[in-house]
Design a protein. Sequence first.
Length: 125
Amino acid sequence: MSGAGPVPGEPSLEGLRQRLVEFAAARRWEPFHTPKNLAAALSVEAGELLEIFQWLTPEQAAAVMSDPERAHRVRDEVADVLAYLLQFCTAVGVDPLEALAAKIERNEHRFPVPGAATDVNPEVG
């Protein structure tokens, strides 16, 4: 995947992944960080993120980040989701950036820009 390299002084995905590995190792949590357990924890944290928006109107949901308390909760839950996703990827040997780049590439082919010459896609109908 192309793009700018790491910015000095800012966290990198690999640096954060390594910190999570070290954090779990220092607490001897590795035996519990199985793919199944990490996938379950990821699902729980995603549910906690969803809970913030549950029952809100679209207008209320769009304004969530203007409320400091709710914005803090959103940032915490995003961090939890990302932490468990990175730990899951480590456990199963998936590079999340490569996986995302490949998925975007497949989606660009599956769902071409409407009206483009390649707008015919038998998979989508």
